[in-house]
Design a protein around this ligand. Structure first.
Ligand code: C2O
Length: 576
């Protein structure tokens, strides 16, 4: 793959689009920080520098850890109960940061009356349709266009206007709100376990506002069905330049019929459509199934009151959600507007359909894949504020977002989910186990510089085949530690397990374990982070479950400056 070349890629999101520290353990904030007495380290755009540290555990987690796998992970203060992040105080809202270093005022109107959300009485369900299907439904399409047009026509200070709706995202995502009680820390709903619930609530109110404006409470947002071949394009309904659904700041090279690349990281590499579709479907399977055994990897890392923002994104947030933002935004704009930057993403109506499908992935995870809710109160009781369809300011909690039917909507089930069958297979038909690497070709001294492909042998915690119950309780994870590089550089490397370094597998093969991708942003110093990749399924597919070690190969793809790798480990992490 060619180097990422566009200078605009250097400034897309205020936070890096692909920090891929989605699996970075959270370190508890130092006590003086929690007490708010000492100024904590700057957090704006500077949150990658998380050292490898013990995962914070609450009492419940520790007990499970003891029950399922001995003393693993019982580090830190096991009796600390974390408090949930509170709803922001709108009167403390300040300017939000744009990636280019300038600021923008995204603050909503304030009011002193806040209503606590109550689940609606059950009524008819709203069914969210696939965007590619509504092109053939003129009645639906007319309502949708009318709703967006009416939102666009509301005065800018009406909290239901399209402009204000876009600013909701800007304030919650670009440092507009300090955390209540920890004013040195911003509220950030990305790169952590708030990603799914925050966006579910955001869409809920957006959809209710649309229904109110057109007088149809059954109106439902369409979803951009990017996880199936029929939807792997910008949906046609958004491309009519005379429609209210159109946004001018999108990548001109990615108009339909250009096929979406769910692993997009800045360049359109030369892959035929059939291969791209196979890779996209395999990516969906990997993110939703093979690598989603643990809450931490699926939802994202815990983020509680007083924590530094952005502890780490979950699988879907990382890939493909971020990639699709990046793929859609206009690379000729300074910050990749609109979809390529958080502060502006909500200006594009396509954003809400993109997130409708992200939200659908959460529903599929729970309804079809046996996924469960996080039971920790610091997640369940996290609060947000939104203006509703009557312009009331409403306080919501994560716990009320868990069941979409209680919120009055479902997803059209007559849409196929082809990736459910896209399990990767091992490339090698024989010798599925360790690659034949002579010991002289293995890198053994760390930290090591990643200037060329390196292979290392990494010992597993145990060479005994784990039972299904053990796998359900703990996920085996490859950790690449202390990945260090200059923050203003683009970095991408691919990770393979038990493959031959001189003839590597495609992205649809089991040997391809994942990638590290960092898109740079304004950052003066080095970034040091970790990458965690789930390998429980990969070990099964490679027939390597009884091997005592694995050969891991890192292939640098992009990165001008030196990339240092601190070391490797294979660990078991609790799944809940
Ligand atoms: Cu709040 Cu798709 O980002």
């Amino acid at each position: 793959m060619a180097a990422l070349h566009s200078t605009t890629t250097t400034t897309l999101f205020r936070s890096p689009l692909f920090p891929n520290k989605s699996q970075t353990p959270v370190q508890r904030k130092p006590k003086q920080c929690l007490a708010g007495r000492v100024r904590c380290k700057a957090t704006k755009g500077d949150n990658d520098n998380l050292d490898q540290g013990p995962a914070r555990l609450d009492r419940r987690n520790m007990l499970i850890g003891l029950g399922a796998g001995g003393l693993y992970g019982a580090a830190g203060n096991p009796f600390a109960f974390a408090a949930p992040v509170s709803a922001p105080d709108l009167t403390t809202c300040g300017p939000a940061d744009k990636p280019d270093g300038s600021t923008i005022d995204c603050c909503p109107p304030t009011t002193t009356t806040i209503i606590d959300f109550k689940l609606p009485d059950s009524g008819p369900l709203r069914t969210r349709p696939a965007a590619q299907n509504v092109a053939k439904d003129p009645a639906y399409l007319a309502k949708y266009k009318k709703a967006i047009q009416l939102m666009r026509e509301l005065p800018d200070d009406d909290p239901r206007s399209h402009a204000q709706q876009a600013m909701v995202h800007c304030s919650y995502c670009d440092g507009g709100y300090p955390q209540v009680g920890y004013t040195d820390l911003e509220i950030q709903v990305h790169y952590c376990w708030l990603f799914f619930p925050f966006h579910r609530w955001y869409l809920y109110f957006y959809e209710k506002i649309m229904g109110e404006l057109i007088g149809d409470p059954t109106f439902a947002l369409p979803f951009w069905n990017w996880d199936a071949p029929a939807g792997m394009y910008i949906p046609e309904i958004f491309t009519d330049t005379s429609s209210s659904l159109y946004d001018q700041y999108r990548n001109a090279a990615h108009q339909p019929p250009k096929l979406l690349d769910l692993n997009y990281s800045g360049t359109d590499d030369d892959v035929d459509d059939a291969t791209r579709i196979t890779e996209n479907l395999t990516t969906m399977y990997q993110q939703m199934v093979s690598k989603a055994a643990s809450h931490r990897l699926f939802y994202g890392e815990p983020y509680s009151a007083g924590d530094d923002p952005s502890p780490g994104a979950g699988n879907i947030e990382s890939i493909p959600h971020n990639n699709i933002h990046f793929w859609t935004g206009d690379p000729t704009q300074t910050n990749g507007e609109d979809m390529g930057a958080f502060y502006s993403a909500g200006r594009d109506p396509l954003f809400y359909s993109h997130h409708s499908n992200v939200d659908r992935m959460w529903s599929i995870y729970k309804d079809k894949l046996g996924g469960t809710d996080i039971e920790k109160t610091d997640w369940l009781d996290t609060e947000f504020l939104f203006y509703d369809e009557k312009k009331n300011l409403v306080r919501v909690k994560v716990r009320d977002s868990l069941d979409t039917t209680k919120l009055g909507y479902v997803y059209d089930e007559n849409v196929s989910i082809p990736w459910l069958e896209s399990k990767p297979t091992a490339r090698k038909s024989t010798n599925k186990r360790k690659a034949a690497v002579s010991s002289s070709d293995l890198t053994t001294t760390f930290p090591a510089t990643l200037s060329d492909t390196i292979s290392v042998e990494v010992t597993r915690p145990s060479a005994t085949k784990r039972t299904a119950a053990q796998k359900k309780a703990q996920d085996e994870v490859l950790v690449i530690k202390g990945i260090e590089f200059a923050g203003n550089e683009t970095v991408k490397f691919d990770v393979y397990v038990n493959d031959d370094a001189d003839s590597l597998a495609g992205k649809d093969k089991s040997e391809f374990a994942g990638s590290f991708v960092h898109v740079p942003h304004k950052h003066k110093k080095n970034i040091k982070t970790n990458l965690r990749l789930s390998i429980t399924s990969l070990l099964e597919e490679l027939g390597a479950e009884t091997d005592s070690s694995l050969v891991v190969t890192l292939v640098p793809k992009v990165g001008k400056g030196p990339i240092t790798i601190g070391g490797f480990s294979i660990e078991l992490i609790n799944t809940t």
